[in-house]
Design a protein around this ligand. Sequence first.
Ligand code: NAG
Ligand code: NAG
Ligand code: NAG
Ligand code: NAG
Ligand code: NAG
Length: 648
Amino acid sequence: MSCCACFTFLCLLSSFLTSFTVCAQDPTYVYHDCSDTTTTRNSTYFTNLRTLLASLSSRNASYSTGFQNATAGQAPDKVTGLFLCRGDLSPEVCRSCVSFSVNDILSRCPNNREVVLYYDECMLRYSHQNILSTLITAGAVVLRNDSTNQFERFNDVLLSALNPAVTDAASSSRKFDARKASFAASQTFYGLVQCTPDLTTLDCSTCLLTAINLLPSDRLGGRYLMPSCNSRFEFYPFYNQTNGRSSPSPRPPRPERKGGNSNLEVVAIVVSTIVVVLLLIACCCFVTKRKNKAYNRTPAFDGHEIATADSLQLDYRTIQAATNDFSEGNNIGRGGFGEVYKGILSNGTEVAVKRLSKTSGQGETEFKNEVVVVAKLRHRNLVKLLGFSLERQERILVYEYLPNKSLDCFLFDPAKQSQLDWTKRYHIIGGVARGILYLHQDSRLTIIHRDLKASNILLDADMNPKIADFGMARIFGMDQTQENTNRIVGTYGYMAPEYAMQGQYSVKSDVYSFGVSVLEIVSGKKNSSFYQTDAHDLLSYAWWLWRKGTPLDLVDPVIVHNCDRSEVVRCIHIGLLCVQEDPVERPAISTIILMLTSNTVTLPVPREPGLFFQSTPTKDPLDTDQSMKTQSIPCSVDNASITELYPR
Ligand SMILES: *[C@@H]1O[C@H](CO)[C@@H](O)[C@H](O)[C@H]1NC(C)=O
Ligand SMILES: *[C@@H]1O[C@H](CO)[C@@H](O)[C@H](O)[C@H]1NC(C)=O
Ligand SMILES: *[C@@H]1O[C@H](CO)[C@@H](O)[C@H](O)[C@H]1NC(C)=O
Ligand SMILES: *[C@@H]1O[C@H](CO)[C@@H](O)[C@H](O)[C@H]1NC(C)=O
Ligand SMILES: *[C@@H]1O[C@H](CO)[C@@H](O)[C@H](O)[C@H]1NC(C)=O
């Protein structure tokens, strides 16, 4: 071996060792969120903050449990803080992550009163508010692996592996669970969920169910981080498996090596093992660094990854060509905001083109801004907005095209009802809930749909639900900041009473519409064209049966003999909780997901549904005909099939 080669080898070796040391010491930065409220370095608050950070990183902090809280000072300058280490890590790794982070946090957010800082290994948080034992989901962030995965129904696989992890984590004292699961013969993925242990079991499961339901399951890996809890999955082992669990169906073990071991062989094995280990360590370090760069860090739904106005803007002529100049033959429906056409772009992509009626009061810039905001909302249970055009006084939105029709086409059509068995209906209920969760959970930008209904729930080829028409209030320039509006968007039969009558809307008005949809899905009957001698609308009828103790009488006869009765009754129960008169009593969508997925949660007793309409004509001052005049969407009272197919 020449001296030069030897030198090179030593260099390589030392660089291996250096990178190893770096790996072992510095935690891997993931994301941070500095609040808007600031302080100065010479303030009492800042002095308290220093004390707090010192005590969190002090020798006697509880690195062995991986969680510690502390406070410093008195109100109004009191600071409360905590750290949380990933549940599988040793106290040493935890300690080194915390020591690093208490310094790092002050350089990343030098003068903020409230900060959350995430690393792979630990999370550090402080605030001027009391954050202990409080469920905080605001400031969520999603991380997505750049590569998409092509596994069929992976979302279901992921959720069925992680749902039990949530249950176990929430009821354990460390509020942590990690496990691997195999599927499709040879695929294995690894999942992890963790809450801060100061949460109650119920708060922890509510938080984690949100976190796992919003994981980007269309990718080869992802995380959902919130101050109170987080979740992660990858297709490689990323946690210390000694502390994780295996799924019930682990991989078959490798065949064992057989045969005599000569000394030579042993030496060869030892040497090659060392080389392989060194290489692996080097690779690991290299990959970890690269991986982090490659990850898409998207502050929840406010990301930079997808859309800019330029990338979304389409040429008017392109759209004209795609739709045969908006020919009658391409018209596939009429929605509240305009006509919808099917189009085929020159590259063969099928799209649904919504030509907005010209009454939008928005300036061009606002319109573009809002389209970009809405196009960034990406979730498997939302219809994708692909682009827009803003030429010749026309405002056009282009969506992905879904060949199957909307839910109402199946649900209320006697010929097609039977295609939706209970399993499919239950799957649709869950998917819609997740889509709404995504819209509502966006901490920076809560999107209230305002017009959720069966005809706005489109179905893809596998009968997965995708919510359409979200964000239209923004695009149409209706005031989103006012929680009280004169301009009511919504549909007869689905609108919460406080919204229909006083124009007050909130996430709870969407919950009301969700409840109506659930009862429609269970019963196969349309709320707005319902008639029974015992009750004049579906909600009152469902309530009447519930009180009578015969909720199963509500169930669609097409499915009643072949369904999981406890699931059905639970769905009716949830539906009734959602349509209660008082918005405060209606559960949040995250709670609904908890109720849908966990049998251990006890549901509260529902109160009488809130109604604002009567399905038979009355002389009531709040007569539906009156309130309809304020709505911009024609209702489909007497048309059991389709009035609105957009965008399909
Ligand atoms: C803190 O520093 C700022 C300038 O950095 C100064 O304006 C302020 O008066 C100082 N406050 C105290 C309490 O010293
Ligand atoms: C650690 O111990 C010191 C005294 O030994 C005490 O002042 C400090 O508050 C303790 N810190 C924590 C986080 O328990
Ligand atoms: C993995 O967990 C085991 C058991 O708790 C522990 O001994 C080991 O140090 C851990 N490894 C790492 C890298 O944290
Ligand atoms: C916060 O820490 C103190 C002392 O370290 C402990 O007694 C208390 O239970 C902790 N509070 C929570 C909510 O974990
Ligand atoms: C994406 O996933 C693949 C497969 O698990 C993995 O090899 C790769 O490192 C991941 N990329 C990132 C950026 O995490």
